[in-house]
Design a protein around this ligand. Structure first.
Ligand code: HEC
Length: 157
């Protein structure tokens, strides 16, 4: 072999090595992007499970104000301030809970016996036996007055 052809052979080998290096780097990058995308979608899925809404304040009646205090003490941990929702429970200021779809009975029943998960991905609502029927009546006033102030009105269902 001449000196020249040896040199060419070396150059070809060097080129091949570089191509392999670039390929490895590209594969590594693709793997990183795939992991990042997976993590992103897994996390954003989690967040979309928690629905929270903007709730405008209402001018509450005296009963509504009593209901607000009871709601804060017994329901807010899951249903959020002004029933705007949290990661643990849905917003009640939501069209699903307009009086035509969820009558007051749904509230009495929810507090007395709990709720099986059906509308949302949060899980079951445990019964709230510490809350009396009279308490629930006041809580319903609070929620209905807030609903009305936010344009949620009875719809035929
Ligand atoms: C430990 C969390 C938690 C607490 C505390 C809680 N809730 Fe709930 N509640 C939920 C969840 C979760 C749901 C949604 C169940 C579904 O539809 O998937 C729900 C649903 C409801 C519903 C809808 C019922 C139906 O028929 O669909 C009403 C009404 C309700 N809650 C009222 C209340 C009231 C009033 C209080 C306080 C006395 C309260 N909740 C306290 C978690 C909670």
């Amino acid at each position: 072999m001449t000196k020249r052809s040896v040199k060419r052979q070396e150059e070809r080998r060097e080129l091949k090595r570089r191509k392999q290096l670039i390929l490895a780097a590209a594969l590594g990058l693709a793997a990183l992007v795939a992991v990042a995308l997976l993590a992103y979608f897994a996390l954003s899925d989690d967040e979309s499970a928690a629905v929270t809404v903007e709730v405008l304040p209402a001018e509450l009646s005296a009963d509504g104000q009593q209901g607000e205090a009871l709601f804060k003490a017994n329901c807010q941990a899951c249903h959020g301030p002004n029933a705007s929702g949290t990661k643990l429970g849905p917003p009640l200021i939501h069209d699903i809970y307009n009086p035509g779809h969820h009558s007051d009975d749904a509230f009495y029943l929810a507090a007395a016996t709990g709720v099986r998960q059906h509308h949302w991905p949060y899980g079951d609502m445990p019964a709230q036996p510490q809350v009396s029927r009279e308490d629930v009546t006041l809580i319903i006033r609070f929620v209905r007055e807030l609903q009305e102030a936010n344009g949620i009105v009875r719809k035929a269902y």
